[in-house]
Design a protein around this ligand. Structure first.
Ligand code: SF4
Length: 106
């Protein structure tokens, strides 16, 4: 992803900035495709996280909520696939997102 894409994505999450953690968590647990529609272990071994994210999160109705929650809770220590992104992208997005929040996770 490019710097502009990270900036655009971080701006897209602004609409969720006032949503409490527990509400985000409830929405993602309830509606997240990977949390009720299928098992993450169904994906082929050896598939890259980027490919898994594209496949697993396609059509998920709570991608932004999932991404926002992961940025808040895991931040730069994030691992695996969340919010339709591999962890490398979320680690790069984290400081951009954090700056938009004034340096505070909440
Ligand atoms: S965005 Fe992806 S990782 Fe997050 S709940 Fe949806 S399917 Fe799962």
């Amino acid at each position: 992803m490019t710097d502009d894409e990270y900036a655009e994505l971080a701006a897209q999450l602004d609409r969720l900035s006032a949503v409490p953690d527990d509400v985000l968590s409830e929405v993602v647990a309830r509606d997240g495709l990977c949390l009720w529609a299928f098992d993450r272990s169904d994906f082929p071994e050896g598939e890259t996280d980027r490919a898994t994210a594209a496949r697993m999160c396609a059509g998920c109705p709570v991608v932004d909520e999932c991404l926002e929650l992961d940025l808040r809770t895991a931040g730069e220590n994030t691992v695996g696939v969340w919010g339709a992104l591999p962890d490398t992208d979320r680690r790069a997005l984290f400081p951009v997102w954090l700056r938009r929040r004034g340096g505070e996770a909440r």
